[in-house]
Design a protein around this ligand. Structure first.
Ligand code: IFM
Length: 441
């Protein structure tokens, strides 16, 4: 189809995704802020500092989003601002979030609100945060307060962001706080996150029956490096189970995954209205009998793979289609709650964006119910352990001066959003080299 135009459904949500600690600035009361103060934790010793200045001013970025024609935005609430001390609700913080959510709606942008995106109040850390089963009670209380005060401001609620990343980076790889390497603790964290999601789901629906509630799952592929090698296949299966399936199974099927427990998981299997997919990349897994700490394997890239900046992985858009197929088995609506590219000079992002959207379009042709796409991210922001050195923004931001500049990929995304389609004219104007790939003669 050399001149094909790929249309998207009417009412499709086109957005961007962000997270409180990465954009607000001065989140001094959470564990990430504390972690950043210690040398060696963040690349180049960077700190989140004033981040993108959202706590003072979201108008700059919200206006940009509106000018781009976006009709959706995913953002998260900072628990450490809402409940800065145990059991104390900060009504000023609530009001600030109300202004933000109303500010979006006034611009025709529908908010999706995430309750937890990696950051915890310091007081919670003293209890062992997500490792302690009491987290379910703490998270219930926080959810209840948020819903009582802000429930009217949004319909789409996302309880947790990437529990698998939170558990693996913080409790296995040790590059996120608390910097541990303890599989048993990682399991406990994931178990608690499953339970916290379920209870939070119930509370949200009790207070706001029409709410649509889900969670954001990071799906990363682990393919065998040598597809015919039995041991590579076993090792890649083990990664798939631990990273992708352990959290999903109880929530989607109502049974604990062997990695987390045994038998039916009461109340689960019915606590999801939609699934959020965060998709970025894949690894190839090669069995290595000496690598005991890495599930007996090395994680590699395909020889012919195009690599993303900063060692983020392979550019592998086909994975988006594969993940959508897998997640669609339950028949639940899916939101692509994150997808993006770290790229400071924007030489890969426009191509990566279109190649991923093309995969999403293919999935839509198979009647997979995809309701929206949230690009990660609007404006360059604080990329956790990578600091400011791994920019994902459609909009470039100087971390010192906070000056913003539009990258070509922002114009391209905006044109796709406004037309609700990928057209040959757009491809020719921005990335002609992609034409033979997605619109072959
Ligand atoms: O910046 C992160 C985000 O917080 C969670 N998902 C992946 C993004 C890019 O690494």
């Amino acid at each position: 189809m050399p001149n094909a135009t790929y249309h998207f459904p009417p009412d499709f949500l086109w957005g961007v995704a962000t997270a409180s600690h990465q954009v607000e600035g001065n989140n001094t009361n959470n564990q990430w802020w504390a972690w950043e103060q210690d040398e060696g934790h963040i690349n180049f010793g960077h700190k989140s500092g004033k981040a993108c200045g959202w706590w003072e001013n979201t108008d700059i970025d919200f206006d940009i989003a509106a000018r781009m024609g976006l009709n959706a935005m995913r953002l998260s609430l900072e628990w450490s601002r809402i409940e800065p001390k145990e059991g104390y609700l900060d009504l000023d913080a609530i009001e600030r979030y109300r202004q933000m959510l109303q500010g979006l709606k006034q611009r025709g942008i529908e908010p999706m609100v995430t309750l937890h995106h990696f950051s915890n109040p310091l007081w919670l850390e003293e209890y062992g945060s997500w490792e302690n089963p009491d987290i379910v009670m703490f998270f219930n209380r926080y959810t209840e307060q948020v819903m009582k005060h802000l429930g009217d401001e949004a319909t789409l609620w996302c309880t947790l962001n990437e529990p698998n990343v939170y558990a693996s980076q913080g409790y296995v790889e040790g590059i996120f706080p608390p910097g541990r390497s303890d599989i048993k603790a990682a399991r406990q964290v994931l178990r608690n996150m499953v339970q916290a999601h379920v209870e939070s789901y119930k509370i949200i629906h009790r207070i706001k029956p029409e709410a649509q509630v889900g969670f954001a799952h990071n799906y990363r592929f682990f393919d065998p490096a040598r597809p015919n090698n039995l041991m590579d296949r076993v090792a890649s299966w083990a990664y798939e189970q631990a990273f992708n399936r352990a959290f999903l199974k109880p929530l989607l099927n109502g049974w604990w995954h062997l990695f987390l427990g045994i038998g039916p998981a009461p109340g689960m299997g019915k606590a999801v209205d939609w699934i959020g997919l965060n998709y970025y990349t894949r690894d190839l897994v090669r069995f290595d009998r000496t690598a005991k700490d890495d599930l007996y394997s090395q994680r590699l890239h395909a020889e012919d793979a195009e690599l993303l900046d900063g060692g983020y992985g392979e550019l592998y858009p086909e994975g988006l289609f594969r993940a959508l197929k897998i997640l669609s088995r339950k028949g639940l609506p899916i939101y692509i709650t994150e997808n993006g590219t770290p790229d400071s000079d924007d030489d890969q992002r426009p191509r990566a964006l279109v190649l991923h959207l093309h995969q999403m379009w293919k999935a839509l042709q198979e009647n997979i119910q995809i309701r929206g796409y949230y690009h990660w991210t609007l404006t360059d922001n604080f990329e956790w352990a990578e600091g400011w050195g791994m920019p994902f923004g459609l909009i470039e931001m100087d971390p010192e001066t906070k000056e913003r500049k539009t990258r070509p990929s922002a114009d391209l995304y905006s044109a796709i959003v406004r037309g609700n389609a990928i057209t040959p004219e757009l491809i020719d104007a921005y990335i002609p080299e992609v034409r033979p790939v997605i619109m072959p003669e």
